[in-house]
Design a protein around this ligand. Sequence first.
Ligand SMILES: Nc1ncnc2c1ncn2[C@@H]1O[C@H](COP(=O)(O)OP(=O)(O)O)[C@@H](O)[C@H]1O
Length: 257
Amino acid sequence: MASSMAAAVAASLSPPPLSAERPIARGGHFSPGSPAGSRPLGLHSARCRGLSPATRKPRSLPRAAKVVVAVKADPLKIMIAGAPASGKGTQCELIKTKYGLVHISAGDLLRAEIAAGTENGKRAKEFMEKGQLVPDEIVVNMVKERLLQPDAQEKGWLLDGYPRSYSQAMALETLEIQPDIFVLLDVPDELLVERVVGRRLDPVTGKIYHLKYSPPENEEISSRLTQRFDDSEEKVHVSKGQCSCASVVDMRDLFVI
Ligand SMILES: Nc1ncnc2c1ncn2[C@@H]1O[C@H](COP(=O)(O)OP(=O)(O)O)[C@@H](O)[C@H]1O
C-alpha cells in the first residue's frame, strides 16, 4: 500500500502531458487514485469544462497531493533612453545581468552594419558622422528584426537607444511590440559633455574607460585606447536636440500603460 501510494504520487508529480487540456493554473489538487497521466488534469479539466462542484468525483482526502505547475511568465521587455554618456551602458550591464535579458543597442546594430560594409551601413555612417539620426527606413527594420530573433523572444530584451523619435516609437507600436518598462535617464548637459569628451574604448576587450573617472589599469591598456569617432562635445548638444523633452514625454505617454 505504502509503495503503491509513493508510486502514484511520484507519477502524478511528473510533468503533465502536453495536451490541449494541460493545466494553466498555478496549483490544484488531484486524487492520485485515478490513472496516471490523467490525474493532474482531473480537477482542472472539470473547471475548464465548467462542471459544478457537485458533478465532480469526491476526492479521497488522505491520498490527495498537491501539484504546482510552473507557468512560464512572458519574458521581460525594457526600453532605456538617455543622452550619450547618460549612463545607459552601465545601467544596461546591470539590468541585463540581473534579469538575463538580451541587450540590443541600436547604435551597436548600426556600427555592426558599418563594419560589415552593407549598403545600410554605408548610408548610416554618413548620418552618424554628422551626429544625426539615421533615417527610420534603415533603423526601424533593423531593430524590429533583431527583436524578433529567437534569443530575444525567449529571454526578453533590453532595447537601448531606440526609439529616439516619436515616429520610431509609433513604428514599434504599430508592430505591436511594446515594452513593459520604459526607463529614461535624465542627466545635466555639463556632466554629459565631461563624460563624452573623456570616454575611451579599449578595442581589445571592448571595455569603456573614462580618463578621469575610470582610468585604464595600466600603461599597456592606456596606449591602445581609442576614442569613438562620434564622441565629441558637439555631439552631446546635437543628440540632446534629437531627443527633445516633448518627444520623450510623448513616447512615455505612448508606452506607459
Ligand atoms: N534609434 C536611432 N535612430 C536613428 N539613429 C540612431 C539611433 N540609435 C543610434 N543612432 C545613430 O547612431 C549614433 C550612435 O548611437 P549610440 O551608439 O546610441 O551612441 P550614443 O548613445 O553615444 O548616442 C547616433 O548618434 C545616431 O546617429
